[in-house]
Design a protein around this ligand. Structure first.
Ligand code: 5GP
Length: 227
């Protein structure tokens, strides 16, 4: 973050969400990975650099004091969420860590119609629903360098109670088991590098992070997830 609280970026700014000039079609970019993988910081940087716009999800979870309504999430009651679901207003939805989360169908249609690439920071159950919804999409899974680092990041956030941290860790094991369903795999060792890597994927100029190139590393994480 910069001193003004705005995310800093090593990428040059562009028209929001337009991706690379002359790029063929706007698409959805699914960004998944366990809590503590750094997804939020990465998507904020990519949005600031104009690589893609961020889809603001609905959630029934409580708002943390650091979060802003309509920017980080749209915080709604459970009855309101159920209504959005039954009206077909959500492109996907899932129960994650005991709370509901979902993506606005209208927002996505609007962004794509305006030619913008869109990032969806969603869990693996939501990712599966988006993959099968018929819209053009690319899916990217993010992890920290090691399981130890994941635990340290979760514990270091001081945002959640111990019980929440345990739940998020158990959930991380389940999420890691879904890696094989993704097209790209990014290790967030260095935030600037991770941002550059995903920008390369959005610009369609870098396929080095596809799953096939990283089988050994993926197997290590999957072993951890099966423990
Ligand atoms: P958090 O409560 O830490 O902000 O998010 C918890 C989890 O919910 C994260 O894995 C995040 O990716 C996921 N999530 C956030 N928004 C959505 C959404 O709209 N749909 C789905 N399926 N998952 C979401």
């Amino acid at each position: 973050m910069s001193s003004s609280g705005q995310p800093t970026s090593t990428l040059s700014p562009a028209e929001p969400g337009s991706g690379r000039a002359g790029q063929a079609k706007p698409a959805l970019y699914i960004i998944s990975g366990p809590s503590g993988s750094g997804k939020s910081t990465i998507t904020a940087r990519l949005a600031a650099a104009g690589k893609a716009v961020f889809s603001v999800s609905y959630t029934t979870r409580k708002c943390h004091h650091s979060e802003r309504e309509g920017i980080d999430y749209r915080f709604v009651s459970e009855p309101r969420f159920k209504q959005l679901q039954s009206n077909g207003e959500l492109l996907e939805s899932a129960l994650v860590h005991g709370n509901w989360y979902g993506t606005s169908r209208a927002d996505i249609n609007d962004f794509l119609a305006k030619g913008k690439n869109v990032m969806l920071e969603i869990d693996v159950k939501g990712a599966e629903q988006v993959r099968t919804c018929g819209l053009p999409c690319t899916s990217i899974f993010i992890l920290p360098p090691s399981p130890e680092e994941l635990l340290a990041r979760l514990a270091g956030r001081q945002r959640e109670e111990d019980e929440q941290i345990r739940m998020r860790l158990a959930n991380a094991r389940q999420e890691v088991q879904a890696i094989a369903d993704f097209e790209f795999f990014i290790i967030n060792r260095d935030i600037d590098q991770a941002v550059q890597d995903i920008a390369g994927i959005i610009d369609n100029r870098d396929r080095s992070h596809n799953l096939a190139n990283q089988q050994e590393l993926i197997e290590k994480w999957q072993q951890w997830a099966r423990k």
